[in-house]
Design a protein. Structure first.
Length: 654
């Protein structure tokens, strides 16, 4: 289903789209499985208050977030980088540069030149009247700069209704301007993410039928504003008519199409409500794009359609372990890290907390200079002679190199966000903590407290003793509201006449005067007035005692069924039928309804119509199998058949 968190980029230094998991072990294991060194995630759908240690303090990884500022739990982009392979030199949030770094009131675009990434859109490049701050308020872009290139991880808005058309176009214009400005500055650009754009007819299924329904030609389909932007910015894009002003020359390469130019059905997104993924009835809207100067660095680019977990699949691109720059072959690690960290492919110094950029999530006050829970339990004991002024472990923590994987891959993928925490698997967490508890108790003993002497017993005075005796006992039976469940379904009966003095006996040896005749009559009267509810319907403590004095239950054949309960009110000759006791009637009413079978002889699934119109809100039955490659219901195939039954037309019988 569209709208789930997904990964649309990673460098393996491949670029991968991955799961945003809630457990650090799960996140790290997932990253290791994907063998990516940069991971770009879209639709994180989290707020800052939702960030946890297991999302931020992932061992061996740094992370940069761009979260929405006014739509809580909406959109969101994150980029994870493997610290042993690549370390950015600059990082920004947003596409326009109008946001500010943490703990600063200076915009990114107003920082000193040596602290800027650059390429910010100018007012003339943005045709819309939408404010730039509004464009960057939805958490749709994270930009990292490495010495090799500028990485832009983006989640482009979709056109869900007419109210979003202007915002979508304004964001696309800003993205186009930023990429072109960076290229014109001489910087290489790698753009990846969920662009929410179908490039051409090869990138979507069932297009002819869709064009027929909408009475649209293929040229009109290719010429829509968002599709026109994508085909103008990539090499080999189909542009109808003259290019737009300022977009005459393409600047990016569609890597997946460069490696698979004629491959059909290379889709990255499927509609889950239609279960369209098994039949591969989808679209390609996730891309990995790069500028011309680094195109030859990539040795592979593809999709991972077999990786499940979201309505999108991962997309990746892999960089060679050695690349050509200015005619010189150099290891890729030398230009994916700050100067002096690698030389000739050999690490010169380890990554440390000081290498974190201001926008790194590890520097958020809640996580700064902290470690993951696993590190806390399994951290080695420090020598006892360590001086008190030693640098904290977080400052000098060394991250071991990843397995011998020198190539860099960039993956762009859409994946479901999993927010599993230690609370979701308490047994495993508790077992780990229990196993380490003895070690913790040995390393950090707790000093013994001074023994406390019990307070001396003081005999209370006689007057206080008498006062305590007059108080009622706290050990009483169930209150009036604690009647049995059957008391809610059977007829209410009055309380039998019981003298309170006889029921409770003398209090503290003092007998009270008996109740008057009028009080006794009121206490025994089941109804206060004609048509009113029983006066003491929820004031009866003993259900069986009430039945003996109030009504007589009979089980006779009645119009309500054989098991209907008949209650006769004494002295008034009235008969009350209680249909609630009719098990036969209720079993028919609440019994499980038979589901119709489809042409395959399988149970249909029940759905509700959400399309606006006269049938909106109506439920219906249809075949539960997925759609086939044609996108239509088929007869005599393994995919969804043409069975369709309105629930109102189904009698509940085969």
């Amino acid at each position: 289903m569209a709208g789930e968190p997904h990964v649309s980029g990673g460098i393996k230094f491949p670029i991968q789209r991955h799961y945003l998991a809630g457990c650090s072990n799960t996140v790290k294991a997932m990253f290791d499985t994907l063998e990516a060194d940069i991971v770009v995630i879209q639709e994180t759908k989290i707020q800052r208050k939702d960030l946890r240690d297991d999302m931020v303090l992932v061992p061996g990884w740094d992370v940069y977030f761009n979260l929405p500022t006014y739509k809580k739990g909406y959109s969101g982009v994150a980029i994870y980088t493997r610290s042993s392979k690549c370390c950015p030199i600059r990082a920004e949030e947003g596409i326009t540069g109008v946001l500010c770094p943490p703990n600063s009131s200076t915009k990114f675009r107003d920082l000193p030149a040596d602290q800027q990434i650059g390429g910010y859109p100018t007012p003339g490049q943005l045709s819309s009247d939408i404010d730039e701050a509004q464009l960057d308020s939805e958490g749709r872009c994270v930009i990292l700069e490495f010495p090799a290139f500028v990485l832009i991880g983006v989640y482009s808005p979709a056109t869900r209704d007419e109210t979003r058309i202007e915002f979508r176009q304004a964001f696309i214009d800003a993205m186009d301007a930023r990429v072109r400005n960076l290229v014109s500055m001489g910087k290489e650009v790698f753009l990846c993410g969920d662009l929410n754009i179908i490039r051409n007819e090869m990138d979507t299924a069932g297009l002819p039928e869709q064009l027929k329904k909408e009475a649209m030609t293929l040229d009109q389909f290719i010429s829509t504003p968002s599709r026109r932007f994508l085909n103008q910015i990539v090499f080999g894009g189909r542009v109808i008519g003259e290019p737009d002003e300022g977009r005459e020359k393409p600047v990016l390469w569609d890597l997946c199409r460069e490696f698979h130019p004629k491959r059909p059905g290379m889709y990255t997104c499927w509609e889950t409500r239609k279960n369209a993924r098994p039949g591969n009835f989808g679209s390609r809207i996730d891309y990995v794009l790069c500028s011309s100067g680094i195109k030859d660095w990539f040795v592979d680019a593809n999709i991972q359609e077999g990786l499940l977990g979201s309505d999108h699949c991962p997309v990746y691109a892999t960089i060679s372990d050695s690349v050509s720059r200015d005619g010189v072959i150099i290891p890729i690690t030398d230009i994916m890290n700050p100067e002096g960290m690698f030389k000739n492919g050999q690490r010169q110094r380890e990554w440390s907390q000081k290498d974190c950029l201001p926008t790194s999530a590890k520097l958020i006050p809640e996580f700064d200079r902290r470690q993951s829970i696993k590190d806390m339990f399994f951290k080695k004991k420090t020598p006892s002679n360590t001086p008190k002024s030693a640098t904290p472990a977080a400052d000098s923590q060394e991250i071991p190199d990843s397995p011998n994987t020198s190539s860099i891959t960039v993956n762009a993928t859409t994946v479901l966000q999993e927010t599993a925490s230690f609370a979701s698997s308490p047994k495993q967490w508790l077992s780990q903590s229990a196993a380490t508890e003895p070690a913790l108790s040995q390393t950090s003993p707790v000093p013994k407290r001074r023994a406390e002497q019990p307070a001396p017993y003081i005999r209370p005075p006689k007057k206080a003793k008498a006062a305590l005796a007059k108080q009622p006992s706290s050990k009483t039976g169930p209150g009036p509201s604690q009647s049995t469940l059957m008391g809610f379904f059977k007829a209410k009966t009055p309380t039998p006449t019981v003298n309170p003095d006889e029921r409770h006996g003398p209090i503290n040896g003092n007998n009270h005067s008996p109740a008057t005749t009028a009080e006794t009559a009121l206490r025994n009267e089941p109804f206060t007035a004609k048509g009113s509810q029983p006066k003491q319907s929820f004031e009866v403590d003993n259900f069986e005692e009430r039945d003996e004095h109030a009504v007589e239950h009979k089980t006779n054949p009645t119009p309500y069924g054989e098991n209907s309960t008949v209650m006769e009110d004494e002295g008034k000759g009235k008969t009350i039928f209680d249909p609630i006791q009719n098990r036969e009637s209720w079993s028919k009413l609440l019994g499980k309804r038979v589901v119709p079978k489809c042409e395959h002889g399988e149970d249909c699934q029940s759905l509700v119509t959400k399309k606006p119109g006269i049938n909106c809100g109506r439920s219906f039955y249809m075949c539960a199998r997925p759609l086939g490659p044609s996108g239509n219901k088929e007869t005599g195939t393994e995919f969804r058949c043409k069975t369709f039954i309105w629930s109102s037309d189904w009698s509940g019988r085969q």
